[in-house]
Ligand binder design. Structure first.
Ligand code: KIV
Length: 577
């Protein structure tokens, strides 16, 4: 591999969650900016017109190309509260393919039967050509589907069972290499670890998998010489990508860069494989250490010698929103690129500069990531607006919604519009969250009626509808109207759950604001999975709801979380999606 290829490969494994990654579908250039106003110029002309090179596991034919590896569905999904159903994972995988990520790490198949099934489904549906039209929009890009496995035969067998259905299947196997992990966790000698790693890489290859990634876990704290040795041995055994994780987020950017440079200079056979990175955020340095956030490449790729990725950045916003909704992990407002404040300018000096020339304060435009400024679209929605206006507005906000989802959303929108004069963008986002990004229905919200106040106990009557369409009604008292309503729901659903988190916010100012609720629940007899550290994790489930009525919003969120939990429980008992 040339020096430039190694540099490109170096960036090939960003660990971004929620994903701030994207892809150009391999067709166009890295930077696509439509001429938007005549004022905008200087920052938009970073352009390298290249397509996505052919996928060869251990080689990137174009030395400037940076592969993007997304681990939202594996490392991300194992975050507390971020549990996703198979359908949600499939939706995200589809979106990632559209976004153009090169490799989707779809899960850790040995962690639970449900995860194995989800990875398998993604391999079948997303990891093959022509299976869905949306991918075709991305230029027919077919991503590599990867499954994680510890260095043992059982994990590797399960990973292969799941990913082998993809056109480009990959097994990612790992074992720790730092002294501290060898002594306290693995209780193995260095020689035993090298032997285990190389024999398991060879085992993965022997199954017929020609794309095997190996990670020396905790590389950031591992002895250099030992790293060179083990990496050299796994290359001999058939590894095609070497991923270097800073598992505990301990390295400084310069230190991490030096680690990669040293590995590149000293590992025998390194020129025959791809080097990739995986940084964690314990000291808030994962992005700084990884360097390769897609928009940084887009803005500064030329300064980096023409590096580019295959990401269609216009899908970034929607992908991020989808991950936010399904995982229940909210994006902080000041998050780079996708945070709510990323393109907000409140100070007078900034506003003045923006009015004169937008490049004074913006190094990228919102449209680049699929975000359109609402005040420039000219579309204001109200009760007379039709489906088409709603669809266009949603599209401007980054949501590509049609069919039944658009129809359901339209009726929700109408009912809110009857009560509110103007529907703001934030109102719409809350409705989309409540109507579209919901788990498969086990229990459907019907009605709720409450009485509350200082004159007596709060009481609630709740109606839920089961999958067969049968209505179930229960009444309960409680400390307040939400407590009473949740107790009534519990009487119907009859599954003991614990409410871990409850939060509500008004989406906009004013007495007629939509209330958005988020809950996280836990249950006895919970679905568990194995974390890659070997620890058993008891999953927790999030739900969101929105309504102008705070009790309805609360019940919707609670029922959403219950549906997610019950759906996953059904999956693990059936062992299928
Ligand atoms: O952080 C880490 O070390 C990992 C490995 C499994 C790659 O996630």
């Amino acid at each position: 591999m040339s020096a430039a290829a190694a540099a490109a490969a170096y960036f090939s494994h960003p660990n971004i969650f929620p994903p701030a990654t994207g892809s150009t579908g391999g067709i166009r250039t890295l930077v696509y900016l439509k001429p938007y106003t005549s004022q905008r110029k200087p920052f938009q002309v970073v352009c390298c017109s290249s397509s996505r090179p052919q996928y060869i596991p251990n080689h990137i034919p174009n030395p400037n190309y940076v592969r993007i590896f997304d681990t939202t569905l594996r490392d991300g999904e194992q975050s507390p509260g971020a549990t996703m159903t198979t359908k949600e994972k499939l939706d995200i995988a589809r979106k990632l393919a559209q976004l153009g990520v090169d490799i989707i790490e779809a899960g850790f198949p040995a962690s639970s039967d449900a995860d194995l099934e989800a990875v398998k489904l993604i391999a079948i549906e997303i990891g093959n050509p022509n299976v869905n039209n949306k991918q075709e929009e991305g230029g027919g890009h077919v991503p590599v589907i990867c499954g994680l496995a510890r260095c043992n035969k059982n994990d590797i067998d399960k990973a292969w069972e799941a990913v082998k259905h993809a056109k480009y299947p990959r097994i990612h196997t790992f074992i720790a290499t730092s002294e501290i992990h060898l002594v306290y966790k693995l209780k193995m000698t260095k020689q035993q670890v090298v032997e285990k790693a190389s024999s398991m890489v060879a085992y993965a290859r022997s199954l017929g998998c020609n794309d095997v990634e190996f990670s020396p876990e905790d590389a950031g704290r591992s002895e250099r010489e030992f790293l060179y040795e083990i990496l050299g041995e796994v290359i001999k055994a058939g590894a095609t990508t070497l991923n270097i994780p800073d598992t505990v987020g301990y390295n400084w950017p310069r230190e991490f860069g030096q680690l990669i440079a040293d590995i590149k200079a000293n590992t025998p056979g390194i020129e025959n494989v791809i080097i990739s990175t995986h940084c964690q955020n314990d000291l808030g340095l994962s992005t700084a250490n990884t360097l390769e956030v897609v928009m940084a490449l887009k803005c500064k790729g030329e300064l980096l010698g023409g590096l580019y990725s295959g990401i269609n950045t216009r899908h970034i916003v929607m992908t991020s929103k989808m991950v936010e909704e399904y995982s229940g992990l909210l994006v902080q407002p000041h998050k780079a690129i996708v945070g709510a404040n990323a393109f907000a300018h409140e100070s007078g000096i900034h506003q003045d500069g923006m009015l004169k020339n937008r490049s004074t304060y913006e190094i990228m435009s919102p449209e680049d990531i699929g975000l359109f400024r609402s005040n420039e679209s000219g579309l204001t929605l109200g009760k007379l607006s039709g489906r088409h206006a709603l669809k266009s507005k949603l599209f401007e906000l980054g949501y590509d919604i049609d069919g039944r989802e658009l129809n359901d959303l339209f009726w929700r929108f109408k009912s809110v519009a009857e009560m509110k004069k103007v529907i703001t963008d934030d109102d719409l986002v809350a409705l989309v969250s409540d109507e579209v990004f919901q788990p498969q229905v086990v229990w459907k919200f019907g009605d709720v009626q409450v009485t509350c106040g200082t004159l007596g106990l709060s009481t609630a009557t709740v109606k839920l509808i089961d999958v067969d369409g049968k209505e179930h009604i229960a009444c309960s008292t409680g400390a307040g109207p939400v407590d009473a309503a949740y107790k009534a729901v519990d009487l119907i659903v009859k599954v003991p759950v614990k409410l871990l988190e409850y939060s509500m916010s008004a989406v906009t100012a004013g007495i007629d604001a939509i209330a958005s609720t988020r809950v996280v629940i836990d249950s006895e007899n919970n679905h568990t999975s194995t974390h890659y550290t070997g620890e058993k994790i008891s999953r927790t489930y999030s739900g969101t709801g929105a309504s102008m009525d705070i009790v309805i919003s609360s019940v919707r969120a609670y029922v959403g979380a219950l549906n997610k939990m019950l759906g996953l429980r059904k999956q693990s008992t059936n062992g299928s999606a």
